[in-house]
Design a protein. Sequence first.
Length: 231
Amino acid sequence: MNLDLHGFGPALAAGMLMTIQLALSALCLGLVLGLLGALAKTSSNRALQWLGGTYSTLVRGIPELLWVLLIYFGTVNAMRAIGHIFGIPNLSLSAFAAGVIALGLCFGAYATEVFRGAMLSIPKGHREAGLALGLSRSRIFIKLVMPQMWRIALPGLGNLFMILMKDTALVSVIGLEEVMRHAQIAVTGTKEPFTFYMVAALMYLTMTALSMVGLAWLERRASTGFARSAS
């Protein structure tokens, strides 16, 4: 089968690379926000509990597309004010940065609940044993809680990353030239929507399949020590 892309092949490949960069950047931000949110929700401090609960509820209650639009267009005046202070009149938030913030914010809200569930599943006796050994709370969290929490949370985080990978298509509405944006441009130029949307679908399927392979490897690696101790 000879698939004619009318010269749009390199542009679609560049869009695929942009999609991967966007997804990985949003993942890094989302993991940090999710961990902070989970620590806040499991804290004994009521103010932190309220803060973590408000973050996860508020962000999850609004569609991802709206967050992309709100962050991209809602920061215009703020960025102009900052630019005026530093003498940069045309300062603005790029579509890539807005996409990373919006998707990372949404990923973090869902990851908060994943991390929180993983933390609560760890027996309290493990922390008590660490205290009995004279470890500080920070070392207990890093040495005892984090490895177990990561292993438990990894499948849930993997599912969230699959969703995040597909949600990158939403950023095309603000002009970021990722896979869907290039596919739309190609459709406009060639009037062949089925061809280019099918190519975009195959690209997303390829990225998802590669992500599944990577996540399976991470799960095996995270469970290695646990499997040995259980045997």
